[in-house]
Design a protein around this ligand. Structure first.
Ligand code: 6PG
Length: 467
């Protein structure tokens, strides 16, 4: 007897949390996991929500338990597991059933799956917020046909985080892989935000000799101001936490080698394909890669001596620098989204994206409210030109310059913040240096160039001067 409104496959951490969220919002849900014991345990521990959870032992049972036309969420590892699951569902589903891939899929895969002749409907959906978000309110970025999204949007709106104005942080971003694309850029920004926070943490720790508790106090203060955000909030918490084994501050017992599952790297690679400048995000990906080369870094320190030297910088100045860096990073992310919108014909709605990121997701912050407003005023204007952000930059950019200059002089690596500053300086230089590149290209390859004056565009007199 079909009785579930929706189904879910994959009861890992995220899948289990999402299933409980769906059940809690009043939707009966049928669940299935490859290992039957996991499904049973999930049901056994669902507490009051167990009455709305239907555990199933086979895919056939799962399908039979969902009211047609069915909707099934896939929460399995991105990549081959998704393709395998879609294959397994092919003989079981009807043409108007809908499968929703809610994992961190590569949007190219989602485009491919969308274009494939699947014998059922298909949506790709980015879900952000980690386990806590999935359980109590994630940000949801859908991609696929509007009619398919509309069929499940009441469930997505119910389970999504709500912004301050009560609006659910769930929306259809566009066709096919658009949802997973926006989630990928979200993760690129996540990498950059985290890296910039790590850079100012490093300045306080190694430049100023502050202990983790003092750094935590600074982050807590910042969380009351313009920088108020989930990532600053958790940075205050992790620096305040003590290790139960040694009593030391938690950050002081954690190896400085960052992991990554690849979404930040995808963002950097895709930005290159789109010719979209996102140097802050690229620097953050690079920094994770360098962090992984622990042995080489140790050898480097042994051979050349440790780089960071004392460098006292007022945390108030660091705060302003971080505000500027953060605006630059988001401006770059939104520019990349615009470029993708044009390239893939997606008509991505920038203010809507900023709105979806206001709550539930890892990069949620008070600044996203202002970004949503600024983009709504004019989605085609670079975020740095919006009056609210231009005013913040007027104060933040000089601070960023001072911080980066002092930090570099004292040997502190600041890749993401420095790249933000480099980009900003290029973005306000009307007469740059690419005329030199054009001359060189024309010299060795006769590529031609545009001229500043009225003389017809042509080639340089290189042959005359070559000798
Ligand atoms: C989110 C996160 C989530 C996860 C990343 C982490 O929005 O909820 O982005 O998707 O934390 O996959 O990625 P890395 O392992 O690459 O840091």
């Amino acid at each position: 007897m079909a009785q579930a409104e929706i189904g879910l496959i994959g009861l890992g951490t995220m899948g289990a949390a999402l299933a409980l969220n769906i059940a809690e919002k009043g939707f009966p849900i049928a669940v299935w996991n490859r290992t039957a014991a996991v499904t049973q345990k999930f049901h056994d521990t669902a507490g009051d929500l167990a009455s709305r959870v239907i555990p199933t032992e086979t895919l056939e049972q799962l399908v039979a338990q969902i009211t047609p036309p069915r909707a099934i969420i896939l929460m399995v590892p991105a990549g081959e597991a998704v393709d395998a699951q879609l294959e397994a569902l092919k003989p079981l589903l009807d043409a108007d059933d809908l499968v929703i891939d809610a994992g961190n899929a590569d949007f190219h895969d989602t485009n491919r799956r969308d274009a494939a002749e699947l014998p059922f409907r298909f949506l790709g959906m980015g879900v952000s917020g980690g386990e806590e978000g999935a359980r109590h309110g994630p940000a949801i970025m859908g991609g696929g046909d509007a009619a398919d999204w509309d069929r499940v949007s009441h469930i997505m709106n119910a389970i999504a985080a709500k912004a301050e104005d009560g609006e659910p942080c769930a929306a259809r971003m566009g066709d096919a892989g658009a949802g997973h694309f926006v989630k990928m850029v979200h993760n690129g920004i996540e990498y950059a935000d985290m890296q910039m926070i790590a850079e100012v943490y490093g300045l306080m720790r190694d430049g100023d000799g502050m202990d983790a508790g003092a750094i935590s106090d600074v982050f807590s203060r910042w969380n009351e101001g313009v920088l108020s955000s989930y990532l600053i909030e958790i940075s205050a918490k992790v620096t305040a936490a003590a290790d139960p084994h040694t009593g030391k501050a938690m950050p002081d017992v954690i190896l400085d080698r960052a992991g990554q599952k690849g979404t930040g790297r995808w963002t950097a690679i895709e930005a290159q394909h789109l010719a979209a400048p996102i140097p802050v995000i690229e620097a953050a990906v690079m920094a994770r890669n360098v962090s992984a080369r622990l042995d080489e870094r140790h050898a480097g320190q042994d051979r050349f001596g440790a780089a960071p030297q004392p460098c006292n910088i007022d945390p108030a100045l660091l705060e302003q620098a971080l505000i500027a860096g953060k605006i630059f990073c988001y401006a770059q992310g939104f520019t990349m989204i615009s470029a993708a919108s044009e390239r893939f014909g997606w008509t991505l709605d920038l203010p809507e994206i900023a709105k979806v990121w206001r709550a539930g997701c890892i990069i949620r912050s008070s600044m996203l409210n202002d970004m949503a407003e600024a983009l709504a005023e004019d989605p085609n204007r670079n975020l740095i030109m919006a009056p609210f952000f231009a005013d913040l930059i007027e104060k933040g950019a000089p601070a960023l310059r001072e911080v980066v200059s002092k930090a570099i002089a004292a040997g502190h690596a600041m890749p993401a913040l420095a790249q933000g500053l480099m980009w900003f300086d290029m973005m306000r230089t009307a007469r740059g240096t690419a005329n030199m590149i054009q001359a060189q290209r024309d010299f060795f390859g006769a590529h031609g160039f545009e001229r500043l004056d009225d003389v017809e565009n042509s080639h340089g007199p290189w042959a005359m001067n070559a000798g």
